[in-house]
Design a protein around this ligand. Structure first.
Ligand code: CR1
Length: 754
């Protein structure tokens, strides 16, 4: 196809030319070109079709990802270069869709890419949030939340003109379907992400994210995870969930009929996947719809159980949703009798109260309903699946041993290597050919270059180039200066106590005090953090305030600033990740062992040649097995130790503070006048108090080991050749974490699509 001609034509219709157009106009022309090409393409076909239900799809910007998968990225880059611009500059005009929050949503996006790329019939089902989770503003030294509108007059959303009527308690509400196309990698396939929306969405709040949560007809799709600290907010979440699954279930049955099958054949021709508990009501909704079509309850329940699969993404109790039956009565009265019948059916299988669908207080346990009425339940990394079976879901695993399995998470290398790190991708291709682009396990061929000093040098130079580009991006976009010759040590993920960003703050204080005492390092260190905190999660927001104050203190100290920087990247999102990850030297994966179900940034960093500094938690365990202990920096208590400490209630941070003078000095520094003066003193003091009185995720327990191992890691950086070899092994072994591998396993064991 003649890209130059196509673009010139579109731009002419817009009244301009390739040389005269702004990057924004070129973006529009490319968007139209891609959309036109994709409307010509067909979805994958097969006897069974998958519907992947998820509250989040953190898709990221879509222009480059689409061009990569259509095989056009290099050609477009050439055409743009001939006209004085670049794809990077053009894609900067694309607003990032705000349809997700963290790893769970990004995983769903990687999965859609892999499903299409493997040529499997499968669509996503979600909601079209207008203002996202929120845009993070840090200008006042604390997190402020602002709406994050992203839908432009011309976007990737296709108005299908289709809608379904969702039977809410207050009456029917139309769910309008918008689609985003999901092309496979160079295989001619285009699947879809279906996003349901209200017909008359509310305008964005002028400031902040407070809005009328009672105005469901207009506000239902305003925000992802609306504040649930009051009844109206919790009800709105139930409205959102039922809206998504009712419209999705109706879509499934309509397509089933279109394909010429009867409702009772649902399980033979459809697989439904429930991504965490947010879509759980799809189970009673499908049962209800089958009963409406004349199928008896017991048969309907059997059919639905054979159709559904459920993935658990966390063992944190706070995330296993429960809803009072009263809420469901108000929101979705049609499924209430079904849930009572499902509860009775589950009780006929076992009298174990711990696994009841409805408990003695008339509260519905969504995960319990999922496990009883899905034929497959999985964890997202080996350790996580083991913890589910052995402790968190033990009664279930004893009842239904055959349902449980592990599916270790993965990432799409199209976005997380080819898209975000073209320099590394072409170095790899020059070395081992391009088979790895279709089969990431072939990255192992790189091991044959181990010991090749010239190659390792080139690898290190790619990293240096990426660090320079990151420095330029941080200057232009975030107004911060970093030294590209320093070590880039990066922790980016949602802000949560179990992920222990607060432990990284302790390291920064320790390092600051060391430098003040004249112990300057070999080389400057740049610590980069990025994270959004849930708006109602006080301690997480307090930790951000602490990190911001520390960053200021360090930057303002002329003795320390040349050696240490602590940068907190505002509004961390997929786009920021695409700049940060290729430039990282050290990947911080420091959650309390047993708490991080998998993690996926650990995989992205690894594939981009960063070395992991982490605990034996989530998928870090599998990373360590793959690369060997000499190519990863591990510290901290094991998951067995931690689980034992919780069981015996045997951890008292107060004692640690009293016994360990050096640690106490670091902790007490949190409340030093110089630090309190540089940030929100109330927030910072709360972090201090929590450390000493509670420290629920045991940061103090692992702090010393963390500092020691981090120092060893930073010292090792100085042997550049040896470091380069370790990076090489990490890249070579990262292929296991391709989401193509993950999806093959889901398909083989759960979905059976073809
Ligand atoms: C987990 O915390 C995992 C992703 C994707 C998150 C993270 O460890 O990598 O899911 N869970 O499986 C989550 O967001 C609500 O739960």
């Amino acid at each position: 196809m003649d890209i130059e001609k196509n673009l010139s034509q579109t731009l002419a219709e817009m009244g301009t030319t390739l040389d005269g157009a702004t990057n924004a106009q070129i973006f529009c022309a490319l968007l139209r070109m891609v959309r036109d090409l994709e409307t010509e393409m067909k979805p994958a076909e097969g006897n069974r079709k998958l519907y992947y239900f998820s509250a989040e799809f953190l898709v990221g910007r879509l222009l480059r990802a689409n061009l990569v998968n259509l095989g056009l990225a290099d050609d477009v880059e050439r055409v743009l270069a001939a006209h004085g611009t670049t794809l990077a500059a053009v894609e900067d005009c694309e607003p990032e869709p705000s349809l997700g929050n963290g790893g769970l949503g990004r995983l769903a996006a990687c999965f859609l890419d892999s499903i299409a790329s493997l040529g499997l019939p499968g669509d996503g089902v979600g909601l079209n949030y207008h203002y996202g989770l929120f845009r993070q503003d840090l200008s006042e030294g604390v997190q402020r939340e602002e709406p994050n509108p992203w839908i432009a007059p011309e976007s990737w959303l296709i108005d299908t003109g289709t809608s379904f009527s969702v039977p809410f308690g207050f009456g029917p509400l139309a769910a309008h379907m918008y689609d985003i196309e999901v092309p496979g990698y160079e295989n001619g396939v285009v699947n879809r992400l279906h996003l349901f929306d209200v017909e008359e969405p509310s305008p964005a709040p002028a400031r902040g994210i407070a809005f009328d949560k009672g105005d469901v007809r207009h506000g239902l799709t305003s925000f992802l995870y609306p504040d649930d600290s009051d009844d109206a907010g919790r009800l709105l979440r139930v409205y959102q969930q039922y809206f998504m699954v009712s419209a999705g279930a109706q879509l499934i049955l309509a397509e089933l009929e279109e394909r010429g099958f009867a409702p009772k054949e649902l399980d033979r021709h459809v697989a439904v996947h429930i991504n965490d508990t947010h879509p759980s009501m799809v189970i009673p909704e499908l049962v209800r719809l089958l009963m409406e079509r004349g199928i008896e309850f017991e048969d309907a329940a059997k059919i639905v159980e054979r159709t559904c699969g459920y993935t658990n993404h966390t063992i944190l109790a706070e995330a296993l949703e429960t809803w009072p039956m009263g809420y469901i009565e108000q929101v979705a009265p049609g499924i209430v009798p079904v849930i009572y019948q499902l509860d009775a059916l589950a009780r006929a299988r076992t009298d174990d109260e711990r696994v009841a669908v409805i408990d003695g207080n008339d509260v519905v346990h969504m995960a319990n309903m999922d496990v009883h009425f899905s034929h497959a339940v999985n964890g997202v990394a080996a350790l996580h699946a083991q913890i589910l079976v052995e402790s968190e879901m033990r009664p279930f695993a004893e009842l239904y041993p055959e349902k449980f399995s592990n599916k270790t998470n993965g990432i799409t290398f199209r976005r997380w290597l080819m898209g975000c790190n073209p320099e590394l991708a072409s170095l790899v291709t020059d070395a081992i050919g391009d088979d790895w682009k279709r089969d990431a396990s072939r990255l192992e061929d790189l091991l044959s270059l181990s010991g090749d000093a010239g190659f390792v040098q080139r690898l290190l130079r790619v990293k240096e180039g990426n660090k320079e580009r990151l420095a330029a991006w941080l200057r232009a976009e975030k107004n911060v200066e970093v030294d590209p010759h320093s070590i880039f040590d990066i922790q980016v993920k949602r802000m949560h106590q179990y992920k222990r960003q607060q432990m990284n703050a302790l390291y920064a204080i320790w390092k600051y005090l060391q430098i003040k005492r004249g112990n300057v390092p070999n080389r400057p260190l740049t610590m980069v953090l990025g994270a959004k905190a849930a708006p109602a999660y006080t301690l997480a927001k307090d930790t951000i305030a602490l990190l911001l104050a520390l960053g200021r203190l360090i930057a303002e100290d002329p003795e320390v600033a040349p050696w240490l920087r602590l940068v907190f990247v505002e509004n961390y999102n997929v786009t920021a990740a695409e700049h940060l990850i290729p430039a990282a030297d050290v990947s911080e994966q420091i959650s309390l062992a047993s708490k991080e179900a998998s993690g996926t940034s650990n995989m992205k960093f690894m594939a981009n040649g960063a070395l992991t500094l982490g605990t034996l938690d989530g998928a870090n365990v599998e990373i360590a097995e793959l690369v060997g202990r000499e190519n990863i920096y591990l510290f901290g208590r094991s998951s067995e130790d931690v689980i034992g400490l919780y069981d015996r209630c045997d951890y008292r941070p107060w004692d640690v503070w009293q016994a360990d003078g050096e640690l106490a000095e670091i902790l007490d520094f949190i409340c030093s006048p110089e630090l309190l003066a540089r940030g929100d003193a109330g927030c910072i003091t709360r972090v201090y108090r929590d450390f000493i009185a509670k420290d629920y995720f045991m940061a103090l327990l692992d702090a010393r080991d963390y500092v020691a191992v981090k120092e060893r890691c930073l010292a090792d950086y100085e042997d550049r050749a040896a470091w380069g070899e370790k990076a090489l092994v990490n890249i070579a072994k990262s292929g296991f974490f391709s989401s193509d591998r993950t999806i093959r396993e889901y398909n083989r064991d759960i979905w059976h699509l073809s």
